[in-house]
Design a protein around this ligand. Sequence first.
Ligand SMILES: Cc1cc2nc3c(=O)[nH]c(=O)nc-3n(C[C@H](O)[C@H](O)[C@H](O)COP(=O)(O)O)c2cc1C
Ligand SMILES: [Fe+2]
Ligand SMILES: [Fe+2]
Length: 406
Amino acid sequence: MPKIYVDRVVDDLYILRIDDDEVRYFEALWSIPEGVTYNSYVLLTNEGAVVFDSWKHVYADLFVDTLKNIVDLRDIKYIVVHHMEPDHSGAIPRLLQEAGKEPVVLGHPIAKNLFISFYGFEPKFRVVKDLEELVVGGKKLRFIYIPWLHWPDTIATYLEDLGVVLTCDAFGGYGTPKSLYDDSDSVVEEFLPLARKYLANIVGHYREHIVKNIEKLLGLGIEIKIVAPAHGLVWIRNPRTIIDYYYKLGKAEPENRKILVIYGSMYGFLEKAVNIAVEELVNKGFKVKIYRFTDREQPHISDILGDAIDSNAIVLGISTYDGDIFPVIRYVVQLLIDKINADKPILIINNYGWGKLQEDKLNNLFKTSKFKIVDVVYVNGLPQENDVEKIKQNIEKLVNTIPKHD
Ligand SMILES: Cc1cc2nc3c(=O)[nH]c(=O)nc-3n(C[C@H](O)[C@H](O)[C@H](O)COP(=O)(O)O)c2cc1C
Ligand SMILES: [Fe+2]
Ligand SMILES: [Fe+2]
């Protein structure tokens, strides 16, 4: 039975959170042993209630039952759909079925079309414009388009009287934190790497929109006291923590001295060469994060992307396999380009038996990428004395090409 929380966030605003610990692969793609939450919110007013988003469809009955504890469903006036991805809109058809008189669904024009195509009927849908205001029971709601966080339909709602911004996927993260709020340092410390992983996996492809939308939000000059996303923590104690972190990651700014090492080694030859590089990096005072694909372990690619976005540089170990790039590493690189695509230097170490990796294979793979290949070091089987030298020299070259950040 998944854990459910209901709490009053502030005044007449309530959160309904469910911890999905059954999901293994978010979007049927990303391994998340840490689980994820779906957060819906309800604002009570003397003119009726406003529901913001819902839960994934598998929890539709639970959602409606939980909501009944806070509000008489007949009193729901509006349902705001911030984003039509079914992890948030999934329980809305069930809610509409149960609510006596039909509430009006509010959302982006694209959300309206998506609603009809996903759920096969047209609800009473009212399209909202960017920055449109709506007063319900004396409470002012302002809708703000935040496109591509994470789909083109995504909007946020600013509750002016409460200083709350409801942001759906934006500022969200994986995990099922033991608190609803950012009320302790430990809960924040545990959550931030999961927010980074989520951002890299889910909105990484639209990185520049994170930056643009945060600038838009802050440029409105509104007072943001609380950030209330649809995944993970609600930020009350220090909302700037998550806003600033998202902004930094949107720019793929690196953590101080962090270098990512990724390799796949079938029988350990490439691993020996990579270890020389790692040792050299450690000696130079870098913090090295290593992901290895071997016959004993397979890391989650979802985690690799999370660690790539704030790295200074990447060392990529590739064995030649059937005349080509070791398959899982090719897949990792494709996702790195798809999701992170940042101006970060990459050193490639190729280990081969009878044929070096041909340059065109690498050039084809990286042709749409902002990553910069600093060099390729070729090692034939077991690394020899001169390979050690070559690797050390190339590590020097790699760290010298790390772009300077203020
Ligand atoms: C299934 C398989 C396919 C391979 N294909 C090639 C190849 O096409 N060209 C080549 O030079 N070496 C090939 N090799 C040899 C490896 O690239 C070489 O042994 C290298 O040292 C492997 O390092 P690793 O064991 O750390 O992965 C292949 C090895 C295996 C096991
Ligand atoms: Fe989404
Ligand atoms: Fe989501």
